[in-house]
Design a protein around this ligand. Structure first.
Ligand SMILES: Nc1nc2c(ncn2[C@@H]2O[C@H](COP(=O)(O)OP(=O)(O)O)[C@@H](O)[C@H]2O)c(=O)[nH]1
Ligand SMILES: [Mg+2]
Length: 185
């Protein structure tokens, strides 16, 4: 299949057809939508300067697999109700889909590095027994030294360097997807 297709925004129920699922998670504004656009080569996911715009779970069909763009976390200007809604929606999503998820791409801003919320997410993914890879985003913005510091803090993790702006990391992400896809039952 060629191209990418937007399948819709979901909250509690998700596409039925069984396909390997790749999820993009991370802080709001970290660059999830931009990376999905880079990987698919089309502007399918909405990119926004303002954080906290994605409220639902967006599914894309690409090369026979699902790419899933989920709402980001850690956006300060969010009410407690909204945070609870996020938590409930995400927990429901992960519990329902964990057996379908091939790999989680956890995006971390190369300049900011891992935050306490990212650490919590890592803990949650481990608890669920999910495979995950860290995608460092916006590496075009960081100096060598800053990048080195972030990488030091992520020692022991599988990390891919990316920049949607410079088109960096696409090949490696696709390779990673192929790896997990082939290892499926
Ligand atoms: N410099 C730079 N900016 C980026 C990059 N990727 C995304 N951005 C910017 O970061 C902001 C948030 O991007 P978006 O993809 O919407 O993030 P999301 O909220 O995680 O989906 C937008 O203003 C993008 O233009 C990148 O690789 N480099
Ligand atoms: Mg987004």
């Amino acid at each position: 299949m060629r191209g990418v297709k937007f399948l819709g925004s979901f909250e509690r129920e998700f596409p039925n057809e069984r396909r390997p699922e790749f999820v993009f998670v991370g802080r709001s504004n970290v660059g999830k939508s931009s990376l999905i656009n880079l990987i698919t080569g089309q502007k399918v996911a909405k990119v926004s300067k303002e954080p906290g715009r994605t409220r639902r779970i967006n599914y894309f069909l690409f090369k026979g697999v699902y790419l899933v763009d989920v709402p980001g976390y850690g956006f300060a200007k969010v009410s407690k109700e909204e945070r609870n809604r996020w938590k409930e929606m995400m927990e429901n999503y992960f519990y329902l889909r964990k057996d379908r998820i091939s790999c989680v791409f956890l995006l971390i801003d190369a300049k900011v590095g891992p935050t306490p919320l990212d650490e919590k997410m890592i803990e949650f993914l481990r608890y669920l027994g999910l495979n995950f890879v860290i995608l460092l985003t916006k590496v075009d913005k960081v100096k060598r030294r800053e990048l080195g510091e972030t990488l030091k803090r992520l020692k022991g993790f599988r990390v891919i360097l990316t920049s949607a702006r410079e088109g960096k990391g696409k090949g490696e992400i696709l390779k990673e997807m192929k790896l997990w896809e082939d290892s499926l039952p």
